[in-house]
Design a protein. Structure first.
Length: 385
């Protein structure tokens, strides 16, 4: 018995010695990775000041201004801000308070930003600031989207620093995402100009609530857009998201008209926008007005922010939506936020064979060759090179 305890004691001592030798070096290696990853970025702090004059606004009487950037068209009194919380009237002139003040600089697979048919499997640098022009009750980024700039830690960066960082990290695309990029329009536009000069693509992940003139100007500088179409009922748009369906539909048509690559996501929320009749109407509208080859992703809702009392979206609802959209004539329909689901992948609409195999945000393989399906020989719309 004593011999057995002695052997156990020796084994414990040996394990402790191994741990003492290897575990510290393991954590040192991890620690060394962090400064390397962020070596070109300053640490986040609470930043203020640095306001720049906004690009889209009109003067009104009594030193008031009208913001003409987004479809809220806020009329702002002196020393007040618009609904986005980041555009302020200072002595009768409108200023952006978030130029270069980034609350998030995230490197991720491009699939995580909702894009399925543009350079699949590559990396994207996602930029975000404080604030948003919507009030989405399900927002899982509410800690920055529903805050003023003074309440959020941020990195103050120049447009050239952002582009340099994207190149350093091997990103092929830069995107405005996480919060609504319309509200940091001036900075996004300047980044887009430099990004193209360096051979990077520029993406715009938006709720679509941007006015026509600034949208068309931006589309001259960006390559692709992901639009979150939050349903097909204007009442739900107003109640749960703080937006207007019809202005979003107009933005979708403008993006398509201007020739940028377009994809659509639809987060299905139980009792909010999960009516299958409305999903059919939405799918038919997309097919008729934007074309059958615009990719549509139905994504699963998980309880968050002010909708924690609702359940996660049943998978059968997502599958029903997928079937309806295919019946409506859409060729490329996927299901997201359900890791491992078959329809997270992209299939050849003519043969039913898998073209891009995805597991959540990871691409297992991509069989598209020279922009065509190897099974049918027909083109697969998207950006593949």
């Amino acid at each position: 018995m004593e011999k057995r305890y002695f052997k156990i004691l020796v084994a414990i001592i040996l394990l402790a010695a191994i741990a003492a030798a290897y575990i510290p070096s393991f954590f040192r290696a991890k620690e060394n990775l962090v400064p390397a990853l962020h070596s070109s970025l300053p640490p986040p702090t609470f930043v203020s000041g640095g306001a720049v004059e906004a690009r889209f606004w009109e003067s009104l009487d009594n030193n008031r201004v009208k913001c003409t950037l987004c479809t809220h068209y806020c009329i702002i009194a002196p020393r007040r801000r618009g609904i986005c919380r980041v555009r302020e009237n200072r002595d009768g002139r409108l200023y952006s308070l978030v130029y270069g003040q980034l609350a998030s600089t995230t490197i991720a697979p491009i699939e995580k930003d909702g894009m399925k048919h543009a350079l699949p499997g590559t990396r994207v640098l996602a930029l975000a600031t404080a604030g948003c022009n919507f009030r989405c009750m399900q927002c899982h980024n509410w800690h920055i989207t529903q805050r003023r700039p003074e309440e959020v830690r941020a990195r103050r960066l120049s447009a050239s620093q952002v582009v340099d960082y994207a190149l350093q990290q091997g990103a092929r695309t830069i995107t405005g995402s996480i919060n609504e990029p319309t509200i940091f329009y001036e900075f996004l536009y300047d980044v887009a100009v430099l990004a193209r000069q360096q051979g990077l693509r520029m993406q715009f992940h938006t709720n679509g609530a941007i006015a026509e003139m600034p949208l068309r100007a931006l589309l001259n500088r960006i390559d692709q857009a992901v639009v979150d179409l939050k349903g097909f009922c204007n009442q739900a748009y107003q109640t749960y998201f703080g937006g207007n369906l019809y202005t979003v539909l107009q933005s979708l048509q403008i993006i398509k008209e201007e020739g940028a690559w377009l994809e659509i996501t639809n987060l299905i929320i139980p009792t909010v926008n999960d009516c299958l009749r409305q999903i059919r109407a939405m799918s038919e509208w997309i097919a008729e007005n934007l074309g059958p080859n615009v990719p549509l992703a139905f994504t699963r809702f998980h309880p968050s922010y002010r909708l924690t009392h609702l359940p996660a979206t049943p998978i059968r609802t997502l599958e029903a939506a997928h079937r309806i959209a295919r019946e409506a004539g859409l060729n490329f329909v996927t299901i997201g936020n359900v890791p491992g689901h078959r329809y997270n992948s992209t299939f050849c609409p003519h043969t039913g064979k898998r073209l891009i195999h995805r597991v959540h945000f990871n691409v297992v393989y991509n069989r598209i060759e020279n922009g065509r399906s190897p099974f049918s020989g027909r083109p697969v719309p998207g950006i593949w090179e």
